[in-house]
Design a protein around this ligand. Sequence first.
Ligand code: C2E
Ligand code: MG
Ligand code: MG
Ligand code: MG
Length: 289
Amino acid sequence: EQAIAKGRRWALHDEEAARAIGQKQNLLVELEQAIEFGNIWTVYQPKWNLREDRLEGAEALVRWEHPERGIISPEIFIPILEKAGRIDELTLNVLKNALDDLSIWSARQSGLSCSVNISAQLLGNDAFIEKAIAMVGAVNTGDGHVIFEVTETAALADLQRSILALKRIREAGISVSIDDYGTGQSTMSYLQRLPIDEIKIDQSFVKTMIADDSNRLMVKSTIELAKALNLKVVAEGVESQPCLDMLSGLGCDVGQGWHISKPIPSEVFERSWLKAAATTNLRMLRWSG
Ligand code: C2E
Ligand code: MG
Ligand code: MG
Ligand code: MG
């Protein structure tokens, strides 16, 4: 009897697994079509300079609206593309959008930066790196205004290879940021060896830092570490004014999060954040946005 029960459970499990795999294959086909037909677009989340109280730039985040299922999170479809070895195409699309938009922004307000997320495996893809560098080189936004965000686990997986790729990227005038910092197993010695410009403290620490002592300590010590290593430090997941104030007090350079702005379409970014940012304060921008 037990054996039968167990057998049934396995059968069920297999069925579910098969369905999940089938769904993923469907999604992949649909994604490839969406990329081909341009049904993928890019939104921007403003980054706020906490020291100088001004707009710093934005992070480009990819969006996909499935015809039946609605908006699907990049946390679901990015890994599917990565596993299928098809993340290069999507990333070049996002980079193209970001560079087009950044060109408009820099013409209207100089000094803004735009960050693009680069998957782990792309650091090992020389053809991709060269294409990306050529694209950035073709627009004139000034050194350091295009930022590639790489997760720390990505950079640490194959340290030697990552160091070479990151060096090449920085030589081309592109800045490098370590994304989701604190979720992997970075240590100071690793961080020192990576040719990078910026650390982004993961939102899981930032969101909870007001109430949670150990997460606050994590944020505080990461800011100190960044200062010691001469790196810019960005906090993501800033969800409230008290959190923003605390980060400013701790000497954090830049904040990003829902309290400042949710990710928005480029038209909204241009209308509500450009130019106005040079003359108004964050509180006013938040109301008008
Ligand atoms: P990420 O690069 O760490 O981006 C930050 C994520 O946090 C974004 O989610 C953003 O919408 C969300 N977020 C921003 N502020 C807040 C906040 O105050 N509170 C909370 N709870 N969340 C906040 P999103 O857009 O869903 O992207 C998720 C992840 O997908 C990104 O994490 C990134 O790893 C990946 N991703 C997004 N676009 C791309 C892309 O073009 N290429 C690659 N390779 N990955 C991407
Ligand atoms: Mg990012
Ligand atoms: Mg992040
Ligand atoms: Mg993340």
